[in-house]
Design a protein around this ligand. Structure first.
Ligand code: 0GY
Length: 300
């Protein structure tokens, strides 16, 4: 029997026809943060999910990749699929060498399951501390998962709200892998870049050379809003200039849980030269760094 899912009543759907960006991406650019959802009739959403999205299948993602001018995707497992990574793996296998993945795993995952995910292109796992998305666990839970992935050379993506950083500081600063922080650590962009609110995240990156940042999430964090997302730009630009070898960028398509508006990916891509103002910074952000992290570390 085919299961059908009713999306949340207030769910905003990705744009069918985004505009072509003015900014021309460098050859080999990677969209290093995006998702696939379902289709739910083939890859059912997880019973423990906190939201039910509109399907956002792999063919739509690949069409967007080609339209915007990206060469590759890093597809990140979203919480609506829990630790059932089948939709992710299906997309990775269909994309061939043009995609890598970040999975969600739970205790009890077998070595064979991890090896299969590695063969499909998974190179990391994600820990999600955002309470509206997942139920946070004690630190020991995450440390146990780290032990499971060690032999595969995977890294860890962490997603948290800015206030969580102080609470989880000990965990985050003692993880033995590369750590990638989603959406610049979700700063309050109404505050100054050099103010106390963003200081702890800046300190995290200054003191820990294994910590990277995703300069994504303008549409989530901005209060000034589209198309320029002006208040977000200084935060991302500060991190890009200070840590040019530890930053990556992504569209965050299909933009789950957006309530204020649905962004146009053309606007998001046009932020890139404002975040990374030189050709050199853009090539590191979009090509060199994500390639190093996801394609050139194959521990198979
Ligand atoms: C994002 C952000 C969100 C959702 C998820 O895994 C997820 O469900 O990450 C969010 O709602 O902020 O990066 O996609």
């Amino acid at each position: 029997m085919t299961v059908t899912f009713e999306p949340d009543a207030d769910w905003l759907v990705y744009l069918a026809n985004p505009r072509k960006p003015d900014y021309v991406l460098p050859t080999g650019a990677v969209d290093a943060h995006c998702h696939v959802f379902g289709p739910g009739s083939v890859f059912p959403y997880a019973p423990e999910r906190k939201y039910t999205p509109v399907d956002a299948p792999k063919d739509k993602l690949f069409a967007l990749r080609d339209f915007l001018g990206f060469e590759r995707n890093v597809i990140v497992q979203a919480t609506c699929h829990g630790a059932d990574n089948r939709a992710l793996v299906d997309a990775l296998l269909a994309a061939g060498d043009r995609a890598r993945g970040v999975a969600t795993i739970r205790p009890g995952v077998t070595r064979a399951e991890l090896a299969d995910m590695h063969a499909a292109g998974v190179r990391g796992i994600r820990f999600n501390f955002v309470r509206r998305l997942a139920d946070p666990k004690p630190d020991a839970y995450y440390r146990g998962l780290v032990d499971l992935i060690a032999e595969f050379g995977w890294h860890i993506v962490i997603y948290f709200e800015a206030p969580d950083l102080a609470e989880r500081w000990d965990l985050f600063t003692h993880l033995p892998t590369t750590i990638v922080v989603d959406h610049v650590g979700r700063p309050d962009v109404t505050q100054p870049v050099d103010g106390p609110g963003f200081a702890l995240f800046r300190r995290l990156m200054h003191e820990h050379e294994n910590v990277w940042a995703k300069l994504s999430g303008a549409e989530r964090l901005s209060v000034s809003g589209p198309p320029g997302y002006d208040d977000f730009v200084p935060f991302a630009r500060h991190i890009a200039r200070t840590f040019p070898d530890r930053v990556i960028w992504g569209t965050d398509w299909p933009h789950p849980n957006m309530k204020s508006h649905m962004p146009d990916e053309g606007d998001l891509v046009d932020l890139i030269p404002r975040i990374a103002p030189t050709d050199d910074l853009q090539r590191r952000l979009l090509v060199g760094n994500p390639m190093r992290l996801y394609w050139e570390r194959d521990a198979s």
